[in-house]
Design a protein around this ligand. Structure first.
Ligand SMILES: Nc1ncnc2c1ncn2[C@@H]1O[C@H](COP(=O)(O)OP(=O)(O)OP(=O)(O)O)[C@@H](O)[C@H]1O
Length: 276
């Protein structure tokens, strides 16, 4: 299948299947993120959101179809070219583990020291600018043990953007935040996307916050892409899956039970045989 990408396409999945070994988690996935867009990838627990993130960062290779970042087919990249590609991406993991033996400033400076040869004065300017963007310039001198969990998330965000990535991937950015921090984080993601003119892709199940800032939303479930559109389009949807998800209804097409797989059946048979 061929497709024409708009010139500002940063990330594109073209009829992609993803999984582990011979287990396919998702198939027929076609999504894209354009420069300047906030894109939310949503779905229930175990629907494959993290798997999508792994595919975008080339940690796993598509079983079928093509994943393109910055116009390059990521399955074709190895070694130095893959390293260069990843340098254009900032990834913010849920546990954005900070170095506890370094202060806030040095945590944010770390990628600059690792990947660039810029001067100490330039490092200071860049780090303080990014800390300012997340509201923490005056916390630069603090030790990690002296800051709150919410502040630590923002320091991790400053570190993820310090190399000025063209694509920022967020893994559950709203998980475990109080209602005020939720709103602040969502606003920050939108503002940073506009300011850095990058693309931001969030994997999340938080409807309210992501709908408030996203340009485009993709929903995955039942092993495929279930719905896509702007937050307004999805809010108006009458699709039972979309409604169950948006209205947080316990009953509907989204199954509570993890599906029975051949691997489970085999495991159970072996176990039963051992016991008899
Ligand atoms: N490394 C792995 N090896 C084999 N199967 C995996 C692996 N990682 C995830 N899976 C399976 O892939 C499916 C999707 O998992 P994934 O972590 O992508 O879901 P998710 O949508 O991010 O879930 P959650 O919201 O609960 O974190 C699950 O069935 C999971 O068991």
């Amino acid at each position: 299948m061929t497709s024409v990408s708009p010139p500002d396409t940063i990330l594109q999945f073209n009829d992609v299947s993803l999984g582990y070994g011979d287990f396919t988690v998702l198939s027929g996935i076609s999504i894209q993120a354009l420069k300047g867009q906030v894109v939310a990838l949503m779905g229930g627990s175990g629907s494959g959101k993290t798997t999508l993130l792994r595919a975008a960062t080339a940690q796993i290779v598509a079983q079928k179809g093509r994943v393109t970042a910055f116009g390059q087919d990521i399955a074709q990249l190895t070694g130095e070219s893959l390293r260069q590609l990843r340098q254009r991406m900032g990834v913010l993991f849920q546990q954005g583990a900070l170095f506890t033996d370094l202060n806030v400033f040095e945590n944010v400076a770390f990628p600059l020291r690792e990947h660039t040869r810029i001067s100490e004065a330039q490092i200071q300017d860049r780090v303080l600018e990014k800390l300012d963007a997340v509201g923490l310039e005056a916390a630069a001198h603090l030790r990690i043990s002296e800051i709150s969990g919410g502040m630590a998330r923002r320091v991790a965000l400053a570190r993820a953007i310090v190399l000025e990535p063209e694509l920022i991937l967020y893994d559950e950015p709203f998980a475990g935040l109080d209602p005020i921090s939720l709103g602040i984080t969502a606003r920050l993601i939108r503002d940073l996307t506009d300011k850095l003119k990058c693309a931001s892709v969030l994997i999340t199940h938080d409807v309210k916050e992501s709908f408030a800032i996203a340009d485009q939303v993709y929903m995955v479930g039942q092993g495929k892409l279930i719905a896509e559109g702007t937050p307004a389009e999805l809010s108006a949807s009458t699709d039972p899956f979309v409604r169950q998800f948006l209205d947080a209804q316990p009953d509907g097409p989204i199954a509570f039970h993890y599906p029975v797989t051949p691997a489970y059946t085999k495991w159970l048979e072996q176990r039963s045989r051992r016991r008899s």
